[in-house]
Design a protein around this ligand. Structure first.
Ligand SMILES: Nc1ncnc2c1ncn2[C@@H]1O[C@H](COP(=O)(O)OP(=O)(O)O)[C@@H](O)[C@H]1O
Ligand SMILES: [Mg+2]
Length: 344
């Protein structure tokens, strides 16, 4: 039997009802290719991640490392932009997302897994009111009358801290501030009571003071609703604040992963250490923030061996010859580096 047949509509229906008992969202050995100057090249290479209800996983790395491609692949969103899976799988509760029909995927999107993007303005349609956009998502997933959906939209806006909810429903996106729009997007993501939220740099476009409030709101909702949250960010400080687990991504690969407590105490990969050293919290006041010298190589330009070798303070000749295997450090802590045990 094709595994597509294993997921019946009744499965999706019943698991919607049992939504807070959902199992796991698992990415295994996922490689994604993109087209660059007419050639297909890998942009994400053999990435494995596991998201569980009630836990927050941070996917962290500099810009251009493949975080958004990975996050979008979870909802199979990159496919219209020429992103293709070259190997691996993504499964929800043991069922591959790649085997699902369009209808099953539509129910999973928003119903089980919702996404919050970095730029709230592009994710909202400027010509429709906030109310019509939220109720549309509600009615797509839940069997509700217009009136019930309207009431639910009000409740959702109140949940995300928008006191004058009824008024906001009548407004258009461009009459709201960036922080308010991000709250609306969070409300929309919660509309069908999903199990998982994928948040791609959800606070990057906002002022620092607004960022803090949005982070607090997201964490509050995550705890109250026992959500599995994937937080995509370039900011290690945010990982420390929000996450239980962390996966560090460099040039398409996960180079280190484990619990936040373990990785902050014992960062093993030179890239992880370098990223942690760039946090404003650990820099000297008045001095420019440290940066990692050099640039992330784009897809198609990854060097042989370790992708980080050219920028790495510990690199030796063997780093550009051999790809390091994942090394188990302790508990769930895994690192990919040939010289992980060397004194630094
Ligand atoms: N649709 C696409 N076609 C070609 N290249 C892409 C596409 N999407 C992303 N890329 C490239 O893949 C790399 C990783 O992109 P992305 O996942 O957006 O990185 P991040 O989110 O970590 O900043 C970048 O070099 C980017 O330019
Ligand atoms: Mg990105």
């Amino acid at each position: 039997m094709e595994s597509a047949e294993l997921i019946s509509d009744s499965f999706v229906e019943s698991s919607l009802q049992l939504r807070h008992n959902a199992a796991m969202l698992e990415i295994s050995d996922l490689s994604l290719s993109v087209s660059i100057q007419g050639e297909r090249v890998d942009a994400v290479s053999a990435v494995s991640l596991r998201l569980e209800p009630g836990r927050v996983l941070g996917l962290v790395g500099e810009s251009g490392c493949g975080k958004s491609l990975t996050a979008q692949a979870i909802l199979r969103l990159g496919e219209h932009q020429g992103v293709e899976k070259s190997s691996g799988d993504i499964s929800l509760d043991g069922n591959s997302l790649f085997d699902m029909s369009d209808e099953q995927l539509r129910r999973v999107r928003g119903g089980h897994i919702a996404m919050i993007f970095q730029e709230p303005m592009t994710a909202l349609n400027p010509v429709f009111t906030i109310g019509s956009q939220i109720t549309e998502v509600i009615r797509l997933h839940l069997d509700m009358s217009a009136q019930q959906a309207n009431q639910r939209a009000i409740d959702l806006l109140l949940d995300v801290g928008m006191q004058d909810a009824e008024q906001i429903l009548k407004q258009y996106p461009d009459s709201l501030s960036g922080g308010m729009r991000q709250r609306v997007l969070i409300a929309m993501a919660m509309a069908a009571d999903p199990d998982y939220i994928i948040a791609d740099e959800p606070t990057t476009a906002l002022d620092v003071s607004v960022q803090k409030r949005i982070v607090a709101l997201l964490l509050d909702l995550q705890k109250k609703r026992n959500l599995g949250l994937l937080l995509v960010t370039h900011d290690f400080g945010l990982v420390a604040e929000m996450c239980d687990d962390v996966a560090v991504m460099y040039a398409g690969e996960i180079v280190e992963s484990g619990t936040v407590a373990e990785i902050f105490d014992h960062p093993a990969h030179p890239y992880t250490r370098a990223l942690m050293g760039c946090r404003p919290e650990v820099s000297t006041p008045g001095e420019a923030l440290p940066v990692i010298a050099g640039q992330v190589p784009p897809p198609g330009r990854w060097p042989a061996g370790c992708h980080f070798a050219k920028r790495c303070p510990l690199s030796e000749d063997d780093c550009s010859q051999a790809v390091a295997a994942d090394v188990w450090v302790k508990g769930e802590h895994i690192v990919r580096c040939l010289h992980v045990g060397d004194p630094s």
